[in-house]
Ligand binder design. Structure first.
Ligand SMILES: NC(=O)c1ccc[n+]([C@@H]2O[C@H](COP(=O)([O-])OP(=O)(O)OC[C@H]3O[C@@H](n4cnc5c(N)ncnc54)[C@H](OP(=O)(O)O)[C@@H]3O)[C@@H](O)[C@H]2O)c1
Length: 315
């Protein structure tokens, strides 16, 4: 059993990874920005530590106390994602990734880095696998730069594994606040015709991939963590609206979406990511319990409804 530092452990991805590691019998140091949000994790046995991504002194000493690090923190920004905010996101991630990579390298610890499918950029109807060159969409530029640096550091001895999830859905995170809540209010929109592919993964399946990669991935490896069936954006939003029982999703032209969400976000969301998961299945023995969002969305909505009724009973 290992002791693992999980950054961003109150987040959608980091929280699921921390819970999955605990369930698999590992010890977890949950590094968070807001300890009050980590009470449930502490109750499940995690040790909680707090800090800020932009201040390495708040997390570097912890690296020496663990066997491996999962990096899943991401600077919290809200509203329209213009170039200035994206720069802040990338800068914060660079500070943290660079500091963690140096310390992991000098201390001989494994670093599991969270990338994303935005690093590949638009590939139309072509399939993407781990050998596809990184020609990122705007929101993937920061991760693509970090991954290139991590690959160089691996050549110099860093034990690093990169996991690149597709669009993560499940009860929580951006899926709830940006998709589910809008679908329930009949406010979900499809940008353009939605012919571009999205590769999705349920958050619990993603978390399981981290648990497996901790011990099974060879140093220096990269894995795309996506389910078996990329869906066109139009299919995905229709699937969600149907499951919620809402009205038909209306299209919104890209130029209008850019005004609301910012051009980099719209370009990234309307690019096409038809991603293959053969390598993770083969090397890690990973098998998503929800092979397609068609299987994973209904239980996700049931889980969200249970959470809502528990919250209303408590209040
Ligand atoms: N969600 C997806 O669909 C998806 C897809 C592909 C890749 N990813 C990648 O997965 C990673 C995590 O994403 P996520 O969806 O889990 O994001 P998230 O839910 O927003 O979680 C981000 C985490 O980082 C913490 N954080 C925010 N600002 C911080 C700061 N200044 N200092 C320290 N911690 C800070 C948050 O703390 P608070 O809870 O206190 O805000 C939270 O724990 C990111 O690298 C993202 O690019 C996500």
């Amino acid at each position: 059993m290992s002791t693992v530092l999980v950054t961003g452990a109150t987040g959608f991805v980091g929280g699921a990874v921390a819970r999955a590691l605990l369930a698999a019998g590992h010890r977890v140091v949950a590094w968070v920005r807001s300890p009050a949000k980590a009470r449930a994790l502490a109750g499940q046995g995690a040790r909680v530590a707090a800090g800020d991504m932009r201040d390495p002194a708040t997390y570097l000493p912890l690296v020496d106390e663990v066997d491996a690090v999962v990096h899943a923190a991401q600077l919290r920004v809200t509203g329209r994602l213009g170039p200035g905010k994206i720069r802040l996101l990338h800068q914060a991630n660079h500070v943290m990734t660079d500091a963690l990579a140096r310390r992991c390298m000098s201390a001989g610890k494994r670093l599991l880095y969270t990338g994303g499918c935005f690093v590949y950029g638009d590939h139309g109807d072509d399939w993407i696998d781990e050998s596809t060159p990184l020609t990122p969409s705007p929101l993937g530029e920061g991760d693509a730069n970090e991954i290139a640096r991590l690959r160089d550091r691996h050549e110099a001895g860093l034990d690093v594994v990169v996991l690149s999830p597709g669009f993560v859905y499940g009860p929580g995170g951006n899926f709830t606040t940006l998709f589910y809540d809008d679908a329930r209010r009949d406010r979900l929109r499809c940008i353009g015709r939605g012919r571009n592919y999205w590769s999705c993964v349920h958050v619990d399946d993603l978390a399981e991939a981290y648990v497996l990669a901790l011990t099974r991935a060879p140093a220096g490896a990269t894995y795309n963590i996506v389910d078996d069936e990329p869906l066109r954006l139009r299919e995905f939003v229709d699937l969600l609206a149907d499951a919620v029982g809402g009205v038909a999703v209306r299209p919104v032209p890209a130029f209008l979406a850019r005004l609301v969400a910012g051009a980099p976000a719209v370009t990234s969301l309307t690019s096409s990511y038809r991603v293959n998961n053969t390598k993770a299945r083969r090397d890690l023995g990973w098998a998503p319990s929800y092979p397609t969002a068609r299987d994973g969305i209904p239980p996700t909505l049931s889980a969200l409804k249970r959470l809502e009724s528990a919250a209303s009973t408590a209040s």
